[in-house]
Design a protein around this ligand. Structure first.
Ligand code: IVH
Length: 671
């Protein structure tokens, strides 16, 4: 049983925490904790205050909207308070909200709701007098905000003068300033290339950009605005519904989001929620949920507001894509090319639909920038099909005893010195194939599905084979005997036979797969295929000069140099020779007239799940038609094939105007 004093202690604790988080969120534009965790604290406080109303104080965060404005800007008092929204965290929460409304309105009749995306930016109030924009302010604490008129005027899509018929003599327009995703990623890459700290998310970027004392800085930032409401209106009869208000906004030249719709009842709301959730990855801006608003203004007036939020609206957030967890350890991995990558091992955390336990920290400069330490509490983000990342350290929870991570100067596997090539961010073990880690990784790569495709030769077996020094180069695989394989842990007769057979069978391959399997730096599948098509035989490729190689599609001077250097090493030439003598072969590559093929030169990206074939099959089908298949969407992409549950790639393709093909369209194309 929790007693009274425990309750007030907990309430005080929650208030202090919430106030602190509010301050970093609103005043410093940098969140301390993920939104979902903040919502949890707020919910807990609300629940406690509901049970113990005598404990409610006017300065409790539940009674306030945001945080006090920062002092650099002129303070302005809003003509009408700018309220916040209550949240529904489940279907039940929303049904209860709808029922409360129905009881106050006409019970038994489905309520008409406007459903809008919940834009992830910051609320702004715009005052137009005689049709002219005269003042723009942030929400601040809901009563008093900051005058950001000069900065708002730099946002191109916000009209300085309202146009059209029936512009009221005075009107207060409310809406959200946000940063579209494409602009956000461009802004952050510029920041990174200048060695500046990137923004944690588009919302912080929008807030940080708007609250600049120099409006020239704001002008250089890609901000946008959508209108979603009205405060004071004079000189025109107020519209009757939210929908009519939206029509007026558009008529006056104010930007409105095209994803708003009117629905009826709980089921209509639910359907729209599901639909917007499914569209979320495709939208060119971030939304974190939906907002339901009673459509009729007279019904809104009937139910009214409580101090902090209206009773006629509620937000339903999407499941969290960011969560907090702790860093258990930081390991260092050595890759196939010796690249040294720190990896954070995390206390398992369920985020964005999967359990995350490992997150790569990329390289030394990223490590320094993020300053992640063992013991730290961190915010982990996983959105769509993007690999999970650590967004930030929760500095509040940093303890003095947590030591900064020291990037190793020697390889953790073979103890050779770590090298840093000028102009490259990646540090590498200098030992090449004398380093067991690099040998292991290059054998794993050689055996992998897209390379020699040796079934059953998994990571664990490769590790043992290298450890036992049974295999030092890929060629050694083809000399393994049943007896050798039987010495491995938990290897039974049958599996040993199977593995030896799989290795033997893999000898028949294609020239392109063989080239890819060699693991030449920066020669991925696509480049390997171009090389195979260009040089139909191995000797021609091995003797090619940098200039010869530069004639191949996809091959620039750096890749060309990697290829030449690879074949200059005696060790590599010997391994290739030995592989051939042990029976690795491929059918001759015909000198094809590739440019006569239907999809010649077209660049495709595949994303999401296809229902009738695997991605690998789809890729091979495209390549057979002369198309190039790459893994990331850029301006050079001609088509994106989007299967079920396509995520960020689809979003990016849409924002770049890349043509998107459905699975059916794709099937037609390759049939
Ligand atoms: S209406 C009285 N509509 O969410 C209603 N707000 O959590 C006040 N937001 O302060 C807001 N999209 O910054 C409304 N379509 C939308 C919105 C929206 C995003 C933000 C806004 C507001 C916050 C409340």
């Amino acid at each position: 049983m929790i007693n009274k004093s425990d309750v007030s202690v907990r309430i005080d604790q929650l208030r202090a925490d919430i106030n602190r988080h509010n301050q970093s969120y609103y005043q410093f534009d940098s969140p301390n904790i993920p939104d979902a965790d903040f919502d949890d604290l707020m919910q807990e406080l609300e629940a406690l205050e509901e049970k113990h109303p005598e404990q409610i104080t006017p300065d409790s965060p539940t009674q306030r909207v945001g945080s006090e404005p920062i002092s650099e800007f002129q303070q302005v008092t809003h003509l009408m308070p700018m309220l916040s929204l209550n949240n529904a965290f489940s279907d039940e929460d929303f049904s209860a909200f709808d029922k409360r409304l129905a009881d106050r309105l006409v019970a038994g009749v489905d309520i008409e709701y406007m459903v809008e995306p919940k834009l992830d930016g910051l609320a702004i109030s715009l005052i137009y007098e005689g049709g002219q924009l005269t003042r723009a302010a942030t929400r601040g604490d809901g009563q008093i905000g900051e005058d950001v008129t000069e900065n708002i005027k730099t946002i191109g899509s916000i009209p300085l003068i309202l146009r059209g018929e029936g512009v009221p003599s005075k009107v207060e327009i409310r809406g959200e300033v946000f940063m579209p995703l494409l602009g956000f990623s461009q802004l952050n890459s510029t920041a990174e290339s200048l060695g500046e700290k990137p923004f944690a998310n588009p919302r912080n970027a929008a807030a940080g950009s708007l609250r600049q004392l120099d409006s020239k800085v704001t002008a250089s930032r890609p901000l946008a605005f959508y209108t979603y409401g009205m405060g004071v209106i004079e000189g025109l009869d107020a519209p009757a519904t939210q929908q009519e208000a939206f029509n007026l906004f558009a008529q006056w030249g104010l930007p409105v989001c095209d994803q708003v719709t009117v629905v009826r009842g709980v089921s209509g709301c639910h359907e729209r929620y599901q639909w917007l959730a499914s569209q979320r990855p495709n939208l060119p801006y971030e939304i974190d949920g939906v907002v339901y608003k009673v459509n009729s203004f007279s019904q809104q007036d009937l139910v009214g507001s409580v101090s902090r939020a209206p009773r006629w609206a509620i937000a339903r957030k999407f499941p969290a894509q960011e969560k907090m967890t702790t860093v258990l350890s930081i390991d260092v991995q050595v890759g196939r090319t010796g690249a040294i990558t720190p990896v954070a091992r995390l206390a398992p955390v369920f985020v964005g639909g999967v359990t995350v336990t490992n997150v790569t920290l990329h390289n030394e400069s990223e490590m320094q920038r993020k300053d992640i330490r063992v013991g730290d509490t961190v915010v982990v983000r996983r959105a769509g099909d993007v690999i999970p990342e650590i967004v930030a350290v929760v500095m509040d929870k940093r303890q003095a005893s947590f030591q900064p991570f020291v990037f190793p100067s020697r390889c953790p596997v073979c103890d050779s010195p770590v090298e840093r090539v000028e102009g490259e961010v990646v540090a590498r073990c200098s030992a090449g194939l004398f380093c067991a880690a690099q040998v292991k990784e290059s054998i794993k790569h050689f055996a992998s599905r897209k390379a020699m495709d040796i079934e059953g030769l998994g990571d664990k077996i490769v590790e043992q084979l290298v450890q036992a020094e049974l295999v030092k180069t890929p060629a050694d695989l083809f000399e393994l005997t049943r007896t050798d394989v039987l010495t491995l842990d938990r290897m039974a007769d049958k599996s040993a036979d199977k593995l030896v057979l799989a290795i033997a069978n893999s000898r028949e391959t294609t020239f392109a797969k063989f080239l890819y399997a060699l693991g030449i730096r920066e020669v991925g599948e696509v480049t390997a295929l171009s090389l195979a098509n260009h040089f139909s035989d191995l000797t021609a490729l091995q003797t090619a000069t940098v200039d010869d190689l530069k004639l191949v599609t996809d091959v620039g001077p750096i890749v060309a140099q990697h290829i030449v250097s690879f074949f200059l090493l005696t060790h590599n030439r010997e391994v290739v020779e030995k592989l051939r003598s042990l029976g690795v072969y491929w059918p001759a590559v015909h000198q094809q007239h590739r440019d006569a093929e239907p999809l010649f030169g077209k660049v495709f990206v595949l994303t999401g799940t296809l229902s009738t074939m695997s991605r690998q099959e789809a890729k091979e089908a495209l390549q057979n038609k002369g198309a190039k298949v790459t893994s990331s969407v850029s301006k050079k992409t001609n088509f994106l094939v989007a299967g079920e549950e396509s995520g960020s790639k689809l979003k990016k393709a849409l924002s770049l105007g890349v043509e998107v093909l459905s699975e059916q369209e794709f099937a037609q194309l390759i049939s």
